[in-house]
Design a protein around this ligand. Sequence first.
Ligand SMILES: [Zn+2]
Length: 672
Amino acid sequence: MDNPLLIPFDTAPFSKIKNEHFKPAFLETMAQARKEIDAIAHATSSPTFENTIAALDFAGQQLDRVSSVFFNLNSAETNPEIQKIAQEVSPLLSEFSNDIMLNEKLFKRVKAVFEKRDELELTKEEYTLLDKKYKSFSRNGANLPEDKKKRLREIDAELSKLKLQFGENVLAETNKYEMHLTDESDLEGLPDGEKEAAEQLAKSKDKEGWLITLDYPSYIPFMKYAKNRALRKELSISFGSKGFHNDELDNQENIIKIARLRFERASLLGYKSHAHFVLEERMAETPEKVHEFLNELLEKAKPAAEREFQELEAFAKELDHIDRLEKWDSAYYSEKLKQKLFNLDDEKLKPYFKLENVIAGVFKVAEKLYGLQFEEAFDIDKYHADVKTYRIYDEQKNLVSLFYADFHPRSGKRGGAWMTSFKSQYVQNGINVRPHISNVCNFTKPTASKPSLLTFNEVTTLFHEFGHGLHGMLADTVYPGLSGTSVYWDFVELPSQILENWCYEKEALELFATHYDTGEMIPMEMVEKIKESSTFQEGMATLRQLSFGLLDMSWHGSDPSHITDVKAQEKEAFKDTDLYPDMPETCMSTSFAHIFQGGYSSGYYSYKWAEVLDADAFAYFKEKGIFNKEVATKFKENILSKGGTENPMDLYKRFRGAEPKIEPLLERAGLI
Ligand SMILES: [Zn+2]
């Protein structure tokens, strides 16, 4: 009875929550949610939008609150006990959602409403919610006859096993390899910090000298800085051949099986391919459109990429007289060439980006664009002393959102940066309930003598996550299931990526980029250099991204039953994008976790897709002024506040007056 998670709360009651409260809270709120859903499924009144679809979207609210508190903590402030609880409750939660999906009585009522959707005079938002709810059942086989339903469940079980196996193999391959160096000259070129890290790694395993592994923090710096070409080659081949050794950790069979099962699943549900199935719920809509998109970009980027490749090869030949540029030379000579051309050093930029100034800067940008006011709050319960809390108001002093900012690393927080929420926005009983949004990052903590100074990359990260934050904060929808960032996958990065653009603009930098010690503004020639260097080798980078998108589509865009040779399949997919000589020992697909383990299958293109959107949208701001109120208001009213209530292309066209064009991206990237 005294479990703080079971007493209705507004702001999460962190200081009262103990680890032992979580499991009972999950069990209790899950039981409550089951009751609510049962009541919807067994209602005797005839099914309506209100008593079925809306009711379903609002069911299990307390469970959602408990889940968000718990899983946000598991990411930002975890401990072995919380991790153990996560392992216990995760299967219960998937069982809970599976039971909803398989609830035939419930589906019957949802379907009854769906079938008369055009007679119901629904608002656009209601129509979208109905469509989304119906598809969440039908895309999981609710319309299939019993035998096919059974096969679908077998496929799903088999797929989750294979994905797990795939991931375990990649991890085992990563952990199996280490490059043990005992001669310091082999580390020539590495910055001191990287050398130290390699030395510490060796020490932690009771070894002399230095260790380099296939983990990114070890692998990337070595490829970028190590002068020893033979060692770079060895490391590069080891990295590129994970899951491709014809041994017990080989993934070739696994990915062929995954592709075939995905195709079979899509066919059962009536789709032409797995990509057709996935893209039905994407802005891009069809594989044909994705291909068209990738190929158009390819055509535009290829000349620049070839030029950059020749330039890099000439540079490497001149510097070290190598015979030809290989994949293991790419990062190394690119870094050297970049230094030569721009001489941009993070250490020179950092004094202009004191964390407090950057935060004040992003707030100022949000104020100028959307009229938001930020007030730090000292009376909101938080889960760690480092977290700062804010109340955000609009120009009329109405509360818009709460904002939790958790910016420094600590043990118990995972790496990276993300936006999340503790409470989503919705309208219930005529009240517009405002959201609780959070940004979590890992920026160096200040010390007694030195403030927290950000690299430029960290500055854009902060703006990026705050852009996702605005999507949550400014949400203005009725249903929680469509609120904020609940949008199609290839649309969700528009609000975040667009905000990064302000980091390169003089008018915005003037608001916050002052030297922490002297108060002097960042010199404009430095800003120019940042801009120029941001498009350095953009052609090659674009080709690389496109190659991954094309590889993804080659696995998922058509019937894969003819695929028996993984490497040959990959070579075919890469034939128009490869600049470097092929390394026969390596294979990308066998460790391409994004598409074979994570959720990016038929979705890799969306990285570039989102860039096209944000460049095109920002071009509108550039045209009218980056702080133009009219454009900002259109962006807020048509994109930021609308969540997933309508088709994103319709929303975009209402903001921009036309469909997105790729030219602004090509221009920004220096490709035309
Ligand atoms: Zn993002």
